[in-house]
Design a protein around this ligand. Structure first.
Ligand SMILES: Nc1ncnc2c1ncn2[C@@H]1O[C@H](COP(=O)(O)OP(=O)(O)OP(=O)(O)O)[C@@H](O)[C@H]1O
Ligand SMILES: [Mg+2]
Length: 247
């Protein structure tokens, strides 16, 4: 069997707050193949953003193993992890979080600058990415001169400009109207058709339905996975299944 793009085994995250411990992620195992489109759903506080921060190499779990593109992330030092993130992962958050004093074009060029790409090449790639999200007429606009939906599309252009293997989106349609949301989802579907792997966190059932696979978190546990390989089912999902069979 081919090595999946993502392989996470028994991820754990605990936060200590005052005298108590919050178990944000418990025994989560997940394998995602290249080219999949996965929705992550679950109640507020169930651990979705925490899981995404591990998958996106923004944070490290307290326990468990995470392998991205065959690389065991725990074995990488800070710089190599940052380089891997820059090369392979594009992030889209609920709020576009663009640099306020940079134009749309400059915002999209930013990841390319980190990757050490020449100025001319940066410009060309950023223009292409903005064209892809339908914003080639807004290159020189500053964020405050763009609508919320346009800002989010700039953020998506910034996420895809490096042509990352993996696009992680945490509630990308949470702050836009339904028509803009539809445009954003169509864009993700286009990217997915071009073999990009997409993992999207959402509260909206209609957004989750458009993904081809749905993973559910509950109190930090992965309790349901519509597309799990048998070997990647987490212990918590197995337990949930056993409980279901017994009831
Ligand atoms: N830095 C932190 N310190 C302490 N507890 C935290 C921290 N970050 C998250 N948590 C806790 O971990 C749990 C999971 O948080 P997380 O942000 O992953 O939830 P979520 O599923 O993304 O929720 P939402 O849908 O509201 O965005 C929550 O109970 C939260 O309070
Ligand atoms: Mg969240």
């Amino acid at each position: 069997m081919l090595e999946p793009l993502i392989r996470a085994n028994n991820l754990e995250k605990r936060y200590r707050v005052g005298g108590s411990v919050v178990r944000a992620i418990c025994e989560v195992s997940l394998a995602v193949d290249s080219g999949e489109y996965v929705a992550v759903i679950g109640r507020s506080g169930s651990g979705k953003s925490t899981l995404m921060s591990f998958l996106g190499l923004l944070e490290t779990p307290d326990g468990g193993q995470y392998v991205l593109k065959g690389l065991e992330v725990a074995n990488l030092d800070r710089n190599r992890r940052a380089a891997l993130r820059c090369r392979e992962i594009g992030f889209v958050f609920q709020m576009a979080s663009l640099l306020a004093r940079s134009s749309a074009l400059e915002n999209v060029e930013l990841p390319l600058a980190y990757a050490g790409i020449s100025r001319g090449e940066r410009r060309r790639k950023a223009q292409n990415a903005l064209d892809r999200v339908g914003l080639s007429h807004r290159l020189d606009h500053w964020p405050h001169q763009l609508s919320g939906g346009e800002q989010q599309r700039v953020a998506i252009a910034r996420a895809i400009v490096n042509e990352p293997a993996l696009i992680l989106a945490d509630e990308p349609t949470g702050a836009v109207d339904s028509k803009t949301a539809d445009g954003i989802l169509s864009l993700f579907e286009d990217l997915n058709r071009c073999d990009r792997t997409i993992i999207i966190v959402t509260h909206a059932p209609d957004v989750a339905r458009r993904a081809r696979r749905c993973v559910t978190l509950n109190d930090g546990y992965l309790v349901e996975d519509s597309g799990a390989r048998p070997a990647s089912r987490s212990r918590s999902a197995v337990r949930a299944g056993e409980a279901h069979e017994l009831s």
